[in-house]
Design a protein around this ligand. Structure first.
Ligand SMILES: [Zn+2]
Length: 120
């Protein structure tokens, strides 16, 4: 059986599952029936792959509009809206990188300790 994309009618989760080619509904992990999505190509799949890991940990019972919107349509735009609603500031590109100067200082200290320890 081939892989298809589904969206749950109950919790809004999107997922991939093997299914027969007859167009029948899928079944979500929450027990809800899931409609088959028309494949929209690689970009959508790349998004869905990491967004699924977020929807997995979202409080499905939350009545907050930003949570409902994200679960109903877990797009990048709704993900950012969800983060704002949760008072989480999205990380900017490159923010995780340490300043180079700090790395240099650590590297220098490790080298000096190594030299001192080994009497070089
Ligand atoms: Zn579901």
């Amino acid at each position: 059986m081939p892989l298809y994309d589904f969206r749950c009618r109950v919790c809004g989760r999107t997922f991939e599952a093997m299914a027969p080619m007859d167009g029948s509904d899928g079944v979500c992990a929450c027990g809800g029936t899931a409609e088959r999505l028309v494949s929209v190509g690689k970009a959508y799949r790349a998004d869905a792959d990491w967004i699924d890991s977020v929807t997995d940990v979202v409080d499905k019972a939350s009545p907050s509009p930003h949570v409902r919107a994200f679960l109903a349509d877990p797009s990048r735009a709704n993900y950012r809206r969800f983060l704002r609603g949760e008072k989480i500031r999205p990380m900017e590109a490159g923010e995780f990188r340490r300043p180079a100067a700090r790395n240099d200082a650590v590297r220098r200290e490790v080298r000096e300790r190594f030299i001192a320890r080994n009497g070089l």
